[in-house]
Write a protein that binds this ligand. Structure first.
Ligand code: LMR
Length: 325
């Protein structure tokens, strides 16, 4: 029996994500929670001929507790999205409170669940969630992930676009480290498989596009929000990897995690001077089993890493300050 709770299910990421979960046939139970519309979306999804039973819950009558009860996985997309001219950090005030409140309840109702955060600014909301879980005596770094898979998806897609020739984006594996916001997103094309041959000016443009890919969508949507379908796609890819690992097939994905709480992470945290960082993570039956070193970087990547770390420290500090730590 596998149950997933999707918090923020009526939002523009939550709804396509709930469809991907229902159509996958990987779950027995899918609980949708939101402040509006969740029961109606559940009724709609229940007409699909896969075995998952979908329930919809609103805030009234203990809806959040009902959605979380018995959940093996919790995925949070709740919160507001960017409009043109906004950075992810501009969302912090509103979304940090939402994350704090949701994770205070996760700590009480399903403390063993594996949790994924999509809600921006991920660089700060993950430290907020970690602290809320810690305050509820339910924190384990191996079970809390900031979802950065969209950066990995973009790194493959945009290099394929730049190289042209009809290359399959999926054939490029590019590690992406750092965080999930602007300059904190650092695609390591020097470690790409297969090796990539592109002139340095073009490569710089591709790196910039990966770092600011979110802005491209925000501007194109002209005030109607930010990434939704590609984020749902990427989020589901990460959820699928977690599920496969849970059922005995370990995998490796990038995610934004608390390094000192995961095997292999203390050394990386000490070297970089940050505790939260997106790295390659090995996924096992109960969450993260270890993190992988970032490997050797090119000179230009080293410079970008310095900038990323500076921004990241401020983002993490914002999350801690909000939680009074
Ligand atoms: C993205 O990367 O597209 C998302 O984080 C949404 C955003 O605000 O950019």
């Amino acid at each position: 029996m596998t149950k997933i709770a999707l918090l923020g299910a009526a939002g523009q990421i939550g709804t396509p994500l709930s469809l991907l979960c229902k159509s996958s046939d990987l779950f027995n139970e899918i609980a949708l929670y939101d402040v509006v519309h969740a029961p109606g979306i559940a009724t709609d999804l229940n007409h699909i001929d896969t075995r998952a039973k979908v329930s919809g819950h609103l805030a009234e009558d203990g809806g959040l507790q009902k959605a979380l009860k018995g959940a093996d996985f919790v995925v949070v997309t709740a919160g507001i999205a960017r409009k043109p001219g906004m950075t992810r950090d501009d969302l912090f005030k509103t979304n940090a409170s939402i994350i704090r409140d949701l994770f205070t309840e996760v700590a009480k109702t399903c403390p063993q669940a594996i949790c994924c955060i999509v809600t921006n600014p991920v660089n700060s909301t993950v430290p907020v969630a970690a602290e809320a879980l810690r305050q509820g005596d339910a924190y384990d770094a191996t079970r809390l992930f900031g979802v950065t898979t969209l950066d990995v998806v973009r790194a493959s897609t945009f290099i394929a676009h730049a190289l042209g020739g009809g290359a399959d984006p999926k054939s490029f594996k590019v590690p992406v480290i750092g965080g999930h916001s602007g300059a904190t997103i650092l695609p390591l094309y020097s470690q790409a498989v297969p090796e990539i041959s592109i002139d340095s000016e073009k490569l710089a443009q591709v790196i910039h596009r990966v770092q600011f890919g979110g802005d491209e969508i925000v501007e194109s949507k002209k005030g109607a929000g930010s990434a939704t379908t590609c984020m749902a796609y990427a989020g589901f890819r990460f959820i699928k990897a977690l599920l496969q690992a849970k059922s005995g097939t370990p995998g490796v994905e990038e995610a934004y995690v608390y390094l000192p709480g995961i095997q292999g992470g203390k050394e990386i945290a000490a070297r970089l001077g940050v505790d939260y960082f997106a790295v390659k993570v090995e996924l096992g039956s109960n969450g993260a089993t270890k993190v992988f070193d970032i490997g050797s970087l090119s000179d230009s990547e080293e410079k970008l890493l310095e900038v990323a770390l500076k921004d990241l420290k401020a983002n993490i500090q914002a999350g801690h300050a909000f939680m009074g730590v």
